[in-house]
Design a protein around this ligand. Structure first.
Ligand SMILES: Cc1ncc(COP(=O)(O)O)c(C=O)c1O
Length: 385
């Protein structure tokens, strides 16, 4: 049966960087946005707001804050209070603000690797040192699963480590960590008195009908030391509208974040706030269809790699629309990205940029119509040595 997500929308004529960054003969499977139209209620709310015609400085309406609180309760059984929410114009600026707020020059942040680059580069940018702890993998046939080496993680902590940076679900490996894994990380954070920043931007993109567990909901003790970063941007494909938020239950930590962003980060985009409220109050049905479609894409990708890309190994994402492909066995060297760009005209995200353990890999974005995804995979299979 045809799906609304099968529609091929011409984005080259628009301003999307995903399609603008490469020549017309290249299929862009890189930056994490999707080639889907946002839900109709979101588009309708934006239309109505445009018709109002006055676009002054904007702040969050109580109805938006209530929508965020209700979303957290209904999707993750997480009880947050309106005052816990700090609105942000984006989550990369959120990551940098967290490091600025809670770290001191010379401190270190610790994280699992490979990881979304701004999570570690935020440390460099604020004068801290990122410690990247590689995740061991288990291979089964053509698939790869990442685990956490808790001992290695704890041993890597130094007296100057102040922040544990989580990416959960984890970009680029697509793991939704289990409650047990999260609790063990939490125990480590408590033992070493670390503040935790949990970037959960992909948390609504659960596949296979999974539910997301927010780090801040694990226990009152962990909630007190956790800054959770969230946004509707990945879920409803509105990253260009610049609306995200942090959830910080601890008033002292919240105050430090507010001081760190004050006068540096701009106001949150009013269209982003309109879109967020519409998405969180009227986007459930669309999201359920999206999750089913992405699960189907994930399955088709794993099947394609297994059947037509001998020697290539892929993650089986539990969340996100990102697969991390291992090309080490097929002899493409450290830079499969360059190979596929020149030989297949497919733009991936090079694995080396994701830090320790990423060399020889590339990230593939399957948040697109299935026909487009399969065309990119076919081009890549034909370009294998
Ligand atoms: C884990 C993670 N955090 C943050 C971002 C970017 O957030 P923003 O576009 O709001 O800066 C991304 C985008 O890919 C991401 O994957």
């Amino acid at each position: 049966m045809a799906s609304i997500f099968d529609e091929l929308i011409d984005r080259r004529a628009s301003d999307g960087i995903k399609w603008l960054a490469y020549p017309a003969d290249v299929l862009p499977m890189w930056v994490a946005d999707m080639d889907f139209r946002s839900p109709e209620p979101v588009i309708q709310a934006l239309r109505e707001r445009v018709e109002h015609g006055v676009f002054g400085y904007a702040g969050p309406q109580p109805s938006l804050i209530n929508a965020i609180v209700a979303w957290a309760e209904s999707r993750y059984s997480w009880q947050i209070k309106p005052e816990h929410i700090v609105m942000l114009p984006g989550l990369v600026s959120g990551l940098n603000s967290v490091v600025r707020a809670y770290g001191h020059v010379g401190d270190s942040t610790i994280m699992l690797s490979p990881i979304y680059p701004p999570v570690y580069s935020s440390a460099y940018e604020q004068g801290l040192r990122p410690i990247l702890v590689p995740m061991p993998t288990t291979r089964t046939g053509s698939t790869l699963r990442y685990e956490i080496d808790f001992d290695a993680f704890e041993k890597a902590i130094t007296p100057r480590t102040t922040l544990m940076m989580l990416c959960h679900p984890h970009n680029p490996i697509g793991r939704e960590f289990t409650r047990e894994e999260l609790l063990r990380l939490g125990e480590i954070a408590l033992r070493h008195n670390l503040t935790i920043c949990s970037d959960e931007i992909h948390c609504d993109l659960m596949l296979d009908g999974r539910s997301h567990i927010t780090f801040g909901s694990l226990s009152p003790e962990l909630a007190e030391r956790t800054i959770t970063l969230m946004a509707p941007s990945k879920t409803f494909n509105v990253p260009g509208l610049g609306c995200s938020f942090a959830i910080i239950p601890n008033p002292q930590l919240r105050q430090r974040m507010q001081s760190a962003i004050s006068g540096i980060l701009p106001h949150v985009n009013l269209m982003g706030m309109v879109a967020t409220e519409a998405a969180f109050t009227k986007g459930d049905a669309w999201l359920a269809d999206l999750q089913a479609y992405l699960t189907g894409n994930r399955d088709a990708l794993v099947q394609f790699v297994t059947e037509h890309m001998p020697g290539v190994v892929t993650t089986v994402p539990e969340a996100t629309y990102l697969a991390f492909l291992d090309f080490r066995e097929v002899g493409l060297g450290k830079d499969p990205y360059g190979h596929f760009l020149s030989k297949a005209k497919v733009a991936l995200s090079g694995g080396a940029g994701f830090g320790a353990g990423g060399e020889g890999f590339a990230r593939f974005n399957f948040g697109c119509p299935r026909s487009l995804m399969l065309e990119a995979l076919e081009r890549m299979a034909a370009a294998l040595p």
